[in-house]
Design a protein around this ligand. Structure first.
Ligand SMILES: [Zn+2]
Length: 226
């Protein structure tokens, strides 16, 4: 009863279109849930992630939940995740993809889930990493650990040093490092991120993880640019 009154005063809105949600619509309205551009055949060997990262990251498995298009409801969704601190939504999307990954048997080979880390400064500004809920939900579905302490991003000032000397892509490659070597030896890591465009960040994370002697890498993201 109290909950109903609270919802009347502060109605919950759809993360994509801001429509008032009905009682049984969690986070997204039924219209948006059906309209979101789901990535088709995401277990296929022809996955766009394989193409984007070809010759750069030796991917075992690749999965994306959505296609990303500008000026579409998916852009609103990603914006809500990044700037409105919608952690619940991040977790919800992880459950959505996690169930599909479980069906595809990913739990048989993945050892742990690692998120692409945020800058410390940005983490302070936003208060959370928008990929955290997504990664945690996938780890929960696959019954594997979630580890957000081993892979770190260097502070901006540290990378600034490289900026004058190296090309931009080279700079990105130096952005990440693994804390305490060998802790990931022989592991099959599932790296998770929100949106893939050029794959430079994912490649940089892979290069850092490789120095920690991981055995395999797979990647799952919320969206991929079309
Ligand atoms: Zn909606």
């Amino acid at each position: 009863m109290f909950q109903d009154f609270k919802n009347f005063l502060f109605p919950k809105l759809c993360a994509c279109c801001d429509a008032v949600l009905l009682k049984y619509e969690p986070l997204l309205c039924t219209f948006c849930r059906n309209e979101l551009p789901l990535y088709p055949n995401f277990f296929d060997g022809d996955h766009d992630l394989h193409k984007i990262l070809y010759g750069r990251v030796p991917l075992q498995h690749a999965a994306c939940l959505f296609y990303f298009e500008k000026k579409s409801i998916i852009q609103n969704l990603i914006h809500d995740l990044k700037y409105k601190g919608n952690e619940e939504l991040s977790f919800h999307l992880g459950e959505w993809l996690g169930e599909l990954l479980l069906e595809a048997g990913w739990h048989n080979s993945i050892d742990l889930v690692i998120p692409v880390p945020l800058h410390k400064k940005r983490l302070r500004e936003r208060g959370y990493n928008q990929v955290e809920g997504f990664g945690k939900a996938i780890a929960k579905e696959l019954s594997v650990p979630y580890n957000d302490v081993c892979l770190k991003r260097r502070s901006t000032s540290a990378t600034q040093v490289f900026k004058n000397r190296l090309a931009r892509t080279e700079v990105v490659k130096n952005h990440f490092y693994v804390v305490g070597n060998n802790s990931l030896s022989g592991e099959h890591v599932l790296l998770v991120d929100d949106l893939v465009t050029t794959g430079a960040t994912l490649e940089a994370c892979y290069l850092a993880l490789k120095t920690a002697d991981i055995e395999h890498i797979s990647i799952a993201t919320i969206a991929i640019t079309k």
